[in-house]
Design a binder for this molecule. Structure first.
Ligand code: ATP
Ligand code: MG
Length: 303
């Protein structure tokens, strides 16, 4: 391993969700603020979407840590369930005892509504969090909506946090789910990191592992954004491989060619070539537009 060579105490780019490495970029902070605000509102649903690997699950874990003590949370991590299985899982998560043979949608719903009312009486807020919610079937989502129907004059007794990839937004546009869509009081779409945020992200992860961002040259840091599109999980994978390759070649600083080689190993040559090409294309379009703008400006001076 490269740890000793680079003076690191730990693997800075592991993809394990270690909270020590959490970097709250402005986007991640904003996402967290939206969810926190949404849960305080009276409505039933809040939603966090984002491309694969942008940090949705990471943000949801942070949200869990921040919820007030008087909150009981039910987590659904694998939502490829039928409506009946979903309700049974909610019962498991909320510690509700049930007997298998009587199981029906009504049986489970009554048990859960009873628990929500009891929690409310005891001053406990109940939150249901569903990760990977893009996999939920429309009828299961509708069942979730029915659970949020129980409400006092002021608020819903169950708040639901839906977290998922962009397909979740498409799913909620379906006609049969419009009632649920109307009940979403806060939504946030987590975008990838910007070029500056990528640098700060890498610097942060290295500093937690007692390393320094100068392990990567400045031009490599730029290239990381270019090739990964600012997706944290991809940044981790490529930076880890780049450190391994640099160590093998005994280069104390990760330079661009090593980083590109690492990217080709993980993403494939085609993908890397394509991303470099599209970046160059935009650069040329920018130069072209600038030239037209300058020409127009100069021309108007002489008219
Ligand atoms: N804000 C962050 N700070 C530190 N590491 C992060 C952050 N966001 C993402 N990561 C890293 O990227 C990895 C992927 O993040 P996460 O699992 O939260 O993404 P996701 O959006 O839930 O992905 P998926 O769409 O596959 O469910 C994490 O394991 C972590 O290593
Ligand atoms: Mg996730």
């Amino acid at each position: 391993m490269y740890l000793n060579y680079f003076g690191l105490s730990d693997n800075p780019f592991s993809i394990a969700p270690n909270p020590d490495y959490l970097y709250m970029s402005p986007r991640h902070k904003e996402a967290l603020a939206h969810l926190t605000f949404g849960l305080r509102e009276s409505g039933g649903f809040v939603m966090l979407t984002g491309e694969v690997g942008t940090g949705k699950t990471t943000v949801s874990r942070k949200l869990l840590q921040q919820l007030p003590d008087n909150t009981q949370v039910a987590m659904i991590l694998n939502p490829t369930l039928s409506a009946l299985e979903l309700l049974a899982t909610v019962c498991d998560e909320l510690g509700i005892a049930y007997s298998g043979p009587q199981a029906s949608l009504k049986y489970f719903t009554d048990l859960i509504l009873g628990k929500l009312a009891a929690n409310h009486q005891a001053g406990i807020n109940t939150v249901l969090m569903v990760d990977e919610a893009q996999h939920l079937l429309p009828e299961v989502l509708e069942q979730l909506r029915l659970l949020t129907n129980l409400e006092t004059n002021r608020e819903k007794l169950l708040k639901v946090v839906l977290i998922g990839q962009p397909e979740l937004q498409q799913l909620l546009k379906r006609n049969e789910l419009r009632q649920l869509a109307q009940r979403i009081t806060a939504r946030y779409h987590l975008l990838p990191l910007t070029s500056l945020e990528v640098k700060a992200y890498i610097a942060h992860r290295l500093s937690v592992a007692h390393g320094d961002v100068s392990i990567f040259s400045q031009s490599t840091l730029k290239a990381v954004h270019q090739i990964t599109g600012g997706i944290p999980r991809v940044i981790n994978l490529l930076c880890d491989r780049a450190l391994t390759l640099s160590f093998t070649k005994q280069h104390a600083v990760v330079k661009k060619p090593i980083f590109f080689a690492a990217a080709e190993q993980i993403l494939g040559e085609d993908v890397v070539r394509q991303r470099l090409h599209s970046q160059r294309k935009w650069h040329l379009i920018g130069v072209f537009l600038l030239a037209i703008g300058c020409g127009y400006g100069l021309g108007s001076l002489y008219v």
